[in-house]
Design a protein around this ligand. Structure first.
Ligand code: HEM
Length: 139
């Protein structure tokens, strides 16, 4: 679970990423496909729509940290949807690594160890809920 301080850090640094969100989304997918080139085939050729969805879902999640009771069911639905996309459990680790790397590029020195820890905790929260729902969904 996230502490209040961690939630505040995630929300505050997310505000700083928003003005550069198009660049951040591009950096994220570049990094993701470098970490695991086999993931490229899961996504459509044109990633523009994906970049928008990624940023929207991050936005939704970061805002939702204040009201987990509304966030959790939405994340469970999202997790179940990922079965159709051919996503495997371990892919969540790769996505998490790409996300933290992207935040580091975007935030520079503001990406302190404490901020990194807060984002890692937020991603763990979100991905644990999605992974569980994905694992329990019917193939
Ligand atoms: C916290 C983790 C994640 C979040 C918040 C997230 C969010 C989303 C959202 C919002 C969509 C769009 C759904 C729609 O079309 O309405 C999506 C689609 C997709 N996601 Fe994720 N995702 C996560 C993890 C992953 C992982 C680990 C992978 C594996 C590489 C992945 C691969 C995909 C693919 C392949 C699509 C569909 C692409 C398409 O055909 O349009 N996602 N994701």
């Amino acid at each position: 679970m996230l502490s209040t301080r961690q939630r505040e850090l995630v929300q505050a640094t997310w505000k700083d990423v928003q003005p550069i969100q198009d660049a951040a989304a591009a950096i994220f997918y570049d990094k993701l496909f470098k970490l695991d080139p086999t993931l490229r085939q899961l996504f459509p050729e044109d990633l523009r729509e994906q970049r928008r969805k990624l940023m929207q879902s991050l936005h939704f999640t970061v805002s939702g940290l204040d009201s987990p009771e509304r966030l959790l069911p939405a994340l469970q639905d999202l997790g179940r949807m990922h079965r159709r996309y051919g996503v495997r459990d371990e892919d969540f680790d790769t996505v998490g690594e790409a996300l933290l790397w992207t935040l580091k590029q975007g935030l520079g020195t503001a990406f302190t160890p404490e901020v990194r820890e807060a984002w890692a905790a937020a991603y763990a929260l979100v991905s644990d809920v999605m992974r569980d729902a994905l694992a329990q969904s019917i193939a």
